[in-house]
Ligand binder design. Structure first.
Ligand code: UDX
Length: 484
């Protein structure tokens, strides 16, 4: 602190450096955290980012600095695509390729003159880095910059990842036999998880998975604090487990970040807002919202089953058919003629069969959709942001996880919070889909799940109140940053 001209003791202005992982589900929480630190702590913000999936500076306060890292680094193989994409492999490549360019960028940021004006800026206090960016954390360590790590997933997921090496030592991972009963064995100390929930994706190599998780755990153990996008009342026991020495550094459960931050979304794709007007015309809790996030993909056969399952359910639905969703389709998320692409993807006869009760769009303002009174259920891939956003609006879920943390999240939704259920089975089948939609929207069981989701929503609201657990954690975090 120092004394201002009026004799008032004021805190020295500080700048927080941030480096999000360049994917929608990781950019959103990091930028929301930036919004909270800026609005509440008066901290200046610098966002380092990859040159692909770059955030849009125009959507943030003018004082933010955005610094692209790795101009000219080829990125085609850094963006996972295809049902069988090796995401850990892509994460490892991102770390390798961006590390050197980041060193130069960070050196330049540290060399900027400190002044009290808006331009020169406050001196950097620390780097907040995504937990998957161990490479960038090492660069910060080398240059003497303290780091905080943002875990964009559930606390439960970190507990599971911390147990990964022990499961390998016991010979349980990677699963060696195709015997299904082995995959279904419950994991000691990790209830309600089973061995199958720890298999990141069938196509990821065990070596990549092991290295990736080692980097992640090393990142959380070598930093000055771990920030979680979750809230105490949702994950109390897993948070306590982590706080009681599993990681060994202070933890800050500051979520749900989209409810704490003035910056709610930084969508990489343009959302269709007309769907909200359509929702206005639907009855309360009657609509199924369907979206599989920004990375998941399906093949042509699965797309057919989804389409006809929704048609056969006879319920109203709002379906996000991202253009990149279909594997091997010639369309991508960048295609301009959205109507044409949608018609190409959907089966013949589907539009007629669902006219008046089905809306299919390439991207929506998801938080507003989930908040809408007409939405009664969410068919999700169980990405952590989607799970948290659904819980925070009291919307029950049917889950079809594909990879990464999605299986773990699904287990918690079904077994711990009991606000939804897994749509299981090796194949997607239209009959099962229609049955699941009916269960979620039209049965007493679904109604009870909705009630439990609403109870959790109320707890989330309490946590983000002024004296609530998440607001207090944000304040502790701001104090910690000021202490660097
Ligand atoms: C990825 C991983 O897949 C996920 O498992 C991990 O937990 C986070 O990183 P993603 O697949 O994109 O994320 O899913 P999710 O975490 O649910 O994030 C998607 C984000 O996109 C959400 O914040 C959601 O609100 C937003 N979204 C999605 C939109 O704004 N509009 C849409 O139409 C769909």
């Amino acid at each position: 602190s120092r004394t201002g001209s009026g004799g008032v003791v004021r805190r020295r202005r500080r700048r927080v450096l941030m480096f999000p992982l360049p994917f929608q589900g990781h950019l959103n929480p990091m930028l929301q955290l930036a919004g909270a630190l800026h609005a509440r702590g008066g901290l200046d913000i610098t966002v380092f980012h990859a040159t692909f999936n770059a955030p849009d500076p125009a959507r943030h306060p003018p004082g933010y600095r955005f610094v692209p890292v790795g101009d000219g680094v080829p990125s085609a193989d850094l963006v996972p695509s295809g049902v069988d994409a090796d995401i850990p492999g892509a994460l490892l490549r991102i770390n390798r390729r961006l590390r050197e360019p980041f060193r130069d960028c960070l050196r330049q940021a540290l060399a900027l003159p400190e002044d009290d004006g808006d331009e020169g800026g406050a001196p950097p206090a620390c780097l907040v880095v995504d937990s998957n960016l161990r490479g960038m954390q090492l660069v910060a360590e080398e240059l003497g910059v303290p780091t905080l790590v943002l875990r964009t997933g559930a606390a439960a997921c970190l507990v599971a990842y911390l147990a990964f090496p022990a499961l390998c030592d016991k010979g349980l991972l990677p699963p060696t036999s195709k015997d299904k009963s082995q995959l279904d064995i419950p994991l000691d100390g990790l209830t309600p998880l089973r061995l199958r929930d720890m298999v990141f994706s069938p196509t990821t190599t065990h070596a990549n998975m092991t290295e990736c998780l080692k980097c992640l755990v090393d990142a959380t153990r070598s930093c000055s604090g771990v920030i979680f996008n979750t809230f105490r009342d949702l994950e109390d026991s897993d948070l306590q487990r982590i706080a009681n020495g599993v990681v060994g550094v202070p933890i800050y459960p500051v979520g749900p970040l989209h409810k704490i931050s003035p910056c709610t979304e930084d969508s990489l794709l343009a959302p269709d807002r007309a769907c909200l007007e359509w929702l206005d015309k639907q009855e309360a809790d009657s609509v199924l919202y369907v979206s599989f996030g920004s990375l998941a993909r399906v093949d042509g056969k699965e797309l057919l089953e989804i389409a006809w399952g929704l048609a056969d359910s006879k319920m109203p639905f709002l379906w996000v058919l991202r253009h990149g969703l279909l594997v091997n389709s010639s369309s991508s998320d960048d295609d301009d003629d959205q109507d044409k692409v949608r018609r190409l993807l959907l089966p013949g006869g589907f539009e007629e069969a669902t006219r008046g009760r089905g809306v299919v769009v390439p991207w929506v303002p998801q938080q507003e959709v989930l908040r809408h009174r007409a939405v009664g259920g969410f068919w999700t891939h169980s990405g952590w942001n989607s799970t948290l956003e659904s819980v925070c609006e009291g919307v029950p879920m049917m889950c079809r996880p594909q990879f990464a943390d999605q299986m773990i999240n699904t287990r918690y939704v079904q077994e711990v919070w009991r606000v939804g259920f897994e749509l299981d089975g090796d194949q997607l089948e239209r009959r099962k889909i229609a049955g699941a939609v009916t269960k979620l929207l039209c049965t007493e069981e679904g109604r009870r799940m909705r009630q439990r989701a609403r109870d959790l929503r109320d707890k989330a609201i309490e946590c983000v109140q002024e004296e609530g657990a998440s607001k207090s954690a944000i304040q502790l975090l701001i104090d910690r940053i000021a202490s660097f």
